[in-house]
Design a protein around this ligand. Structure first.
Ligand SMILES: O=C(O)CCC(=O)C(=O)O
Length: 339
């Protein structure tokens, strides 16, 4: 093991498969001396071995997810600052990891500001739409987001590999009476489906559908199950965009079952039980996990005035890394104080 990088210098596959531990003895308080059958001896911290052995797979050190529905009483909303204190930033990140979104208020309504907020949490992910994209109603739009129509809850860019992890939308101006933002906790909806309609849940987690995007210079396509699970059966990512999915040719019965399941999921995503609706006013910014939450908006009338948001994507692991690094400095400070 390299002491500085904490990375292994040797490959475990090169060890003798018959290698065993021949003795373990306490060498000093809290330390163990382990002798192996090839004669190698090593010193281990007892607490480190126990901590490592107890780790469950996945994001064990992130705050637990708090699944929510339309009854969500307190929106995770904060006053934005260009130079937040460590405590403020920790609060933003923790609520983001718990609820899958946060709303930041008081972000200066200047073009490009969304990139500065994105950079506070991680690395901006550029796509064919640019590092930053303008969400406003335009003629000849390349995406329905750039019109004034109502958008049902969807995850962004399911045709991209990997999908953008986190999306930020910053309101520069909204002079219309419509254009309300909507969010749904896709994980809460999927867990509800797993409990109440297990056959629908199963088919949506086993049937790959194709998503496609094309414009004059770009053609992207990717396949994914609408509900993606990890090896343990836990939810990993929702891939759902009612305007972009193409279902493969399947035996009739399976296709009918798939469509029934899709309808059931979609009705729950759009229904009053799970959906929250709110107005993004000038200076408000919403940041959400594009693997867990679905977003949309109500339609608006551009004749009433301007509605202009700017958006960007950042990688999914930025806030998770930030959370660990901040905990590391808190733990370090406690250790230094002898706690
Ligand atoms: O206009 C909005 O509020 C959302 C637009 C949207 O869905 C998107 O940019 O992905």
């Amino acid at each position: 093991m390299d002491r500085i990088t904490q990375q292994r210098l040797g490959d475990p596959s090169d060890l003798d498969p018959g290698l065993t531990v021949t003795s373990v003895a306490a060498s000093s308080p809290g330390s163990l001396r382990v002798v192996f059958s090839d004669g190698h001896e090593s010193e281990f911290e007892e607490s480190e071995l126990l901590r490592e052995a107890a780790l469950p797979p996945g994001d064990h050190d992130a705050p637990s997810l708090q699944l929510w529905d339309a009854r969500l009483a307190r929106f995770p909303k904060f006053r934005w600052s260009a130079a937040p204190s460590e405590g403020e930033l920790a609060g933003w990140v923790e609520d983001f990891l718990r609820f899958g979104f946060i709303i930041l208020q008081g972000v200066p309504s200047e073009p490009g500001q969304v990139l500065k907020v994105g950079a506070q949490f991680g690395f901006v992910r550029e796509t064919n739409f640019g590092a930053l994209f303008d969400v406003r109603s335009t003629p000849q739009a390349s995406d329905l987001a750039y019109t004034s129509v109502h958008l049902d809850p969807h995850t962004d860019n399911p045709y991209r590999t990997p999908v953008p992890g986190i999306q930020l939308l910053h309101c520069l101006i909204n002079e219309t009476t419509g254009g309300l933002s909507t969010l749904v906790d896709g994980f809460a909806v999927a867990e509800g489906l797993r409990r109440e309609e297990p056959a629908a849940f199963k088919i949506l987690s086993e049937t790959s559908v194709r998503f496609r995007y094309q414009d004059p210079t770009t053609e992207l396509t990717a396949s994914a199950t609408p509900i993606e699970l990890d090896a343990t059966g836990a939810l990993r990512c929702i891939h759902f965009s009612p305007r972009l999915d193409f279902v493969p040719l399947l035996p009739f019965e399976r296709l009918s079952a798939y469509y029934a399941a899709r309808r059931c999921f979609d009705q729950r995503l759009r229904g009053d039980r799970y959906l929250i609706e709110f107005l993004l006013s000038t200076g408000d910014l919403v940041m959400f996990d594009n693997c867990r939450l679905l977003h949309g908006r109500t339609g608006f009338n551009p004749a009433e005035g301007l509605r202009h948001l700017q958006g960007c994507y950042i990688d999914i692991d930025g806030p998770r890394s930030l959370h660990r690094v901040m905990r590391r400095s808190t733990n370090g400070a406690s250790a230094q104080r002898g706690q």
